[in-house]
Design a protein around this ligand. Sequence first.
Ligand SMILES: Cc1cc2nc3c(=O)[nH]c(=O)nc-3n(C[C@H](O)[C@H](O)[C@H](O)COP(=O)(O)OP(=O)(O)OC[C@H]3O[C@@H](n4cnc5c(N)ncnc54)[C@H](O)[C@@H]3O)c2cc1C
Ligand code: FES
Length: 340
Amino acid sequence: MSGRHEATPPRHRIEIENGRSFEVGPEEDTLLRGALRAGVPFAYECSVGGCGTCRFELLDGEMASLWDEAPGLSERDRRRGKRLACQSRPLGDCRIRIRLDGGEAPAAQPRRMSATLASRRPISAGMVELSFAMPQPPAFRPGQYALLFPAGVPGARAYSMSNLDGDGLWRFIVRKTPSGRGSSALCDHLPVGARVDIDGPYGHAWLRPAPRDVVCVAGGSGLGPMLSVARGVLAGDGSRRLHFFLGLRTEAELDAAAEADSLDQDRATTTVVLSNPRERSAWHGPRGFVHAEVERSLSAPLDRFDFYFAGPPPMIEAMQELLMVRHRVPFDQIHFDRFV
Ligand SMILES: Cc1cc2nc3c(=O)[nH]c(=O)nc-3n(C[C@H](O)[C@H](O)[C@H](O)COP(=O)(O)OP(=O)(O)OC[C@H]3O[C@@H](n4cnc5c(N)ncnc54)[C@H](O)[C@@H]3O)c2cc1C
Ligand code: FES
């Protein structure tokens, strides 16, 4: 033994203009995650630089930018000195300007853990379920997501848990995106037994207790979080019925429908919609966009239901228009994740 002891690197003090201050550890990867772990309710959605919800201004101090071209900032934002809390890393004490009124304290304290890939299961052409064994994970709510850090891929990737909390496994349904670096590293190259850093849980679209029946609408890989919400509803006291809608593109993806069909059919109705079936298809189910099928199938008024939906941005926008503008469903009955 040398008798020397390593000095602990100092924590960084973050002071919010006209507000509170908090500390982030030197090991913390971003201002956003440091704030949430300190219980400070920064507003955020995607956590991966795509939505712009976590914008702030640096008034004093030094921060590293992790992704200069992040699409969550417009050119105008950049000219006005805005930054993204999910793409900024404090390098010392800092003073910042940020609005806290749109934020919400985390449902559970997020943690970064080294997880082990326990199994891989094909769901359909292009989609796999990955199950990770998590060492002492914090509890997550149905509908939340986590950040995965596959080795050699820049940045984090957000994926939603598809199971229910409780058995130490976090399961994800991942769709392989053409030329996507993170999804192909996870779907094609990660062997069972490999370790991946996972940080979570995050997200606001988690299942809330309420007396109303629940409508879940999944577009493609939005299937994962909607299965988790659906399983949460069905694990409840039996008083809520479930309407589950799954929008897929073509017949090639239909194997994914088996996941929805496995839900308890005594309390759930399941509808699968194809947006792009072959011209001479044997498919006899509904065709078109999934949001249109939701409106066709459910009788008004739609404010009888709580709505949960997840999937690509155009589907999210169509659902928002349907529920908020055309059917005036109250905002607190609408919960969604946009896969930016
Ligand atoms: C809240 C949320 C939940 C999601 N849940 C699911 C799910 O359950 N299943 C599913 O299949 N997909 C999900 N997605 C989409 C998923 O996170 C990825 O966007 C998708 O898999 C494409 O990633 P890729 O690596 O294949 O593509 P790429 O094009 O390589 O990467 C796109 C993603 O990586 C980020 N990124 C790219 N380059 C950088 C960089 N240099 N530095 C930092 N970040 C970078 C982008 O913000 C974007 O999120 C979710 C997205 C969000 C926001
Ligand atoms: S939460 Fe930071 S850009 Fe979406």
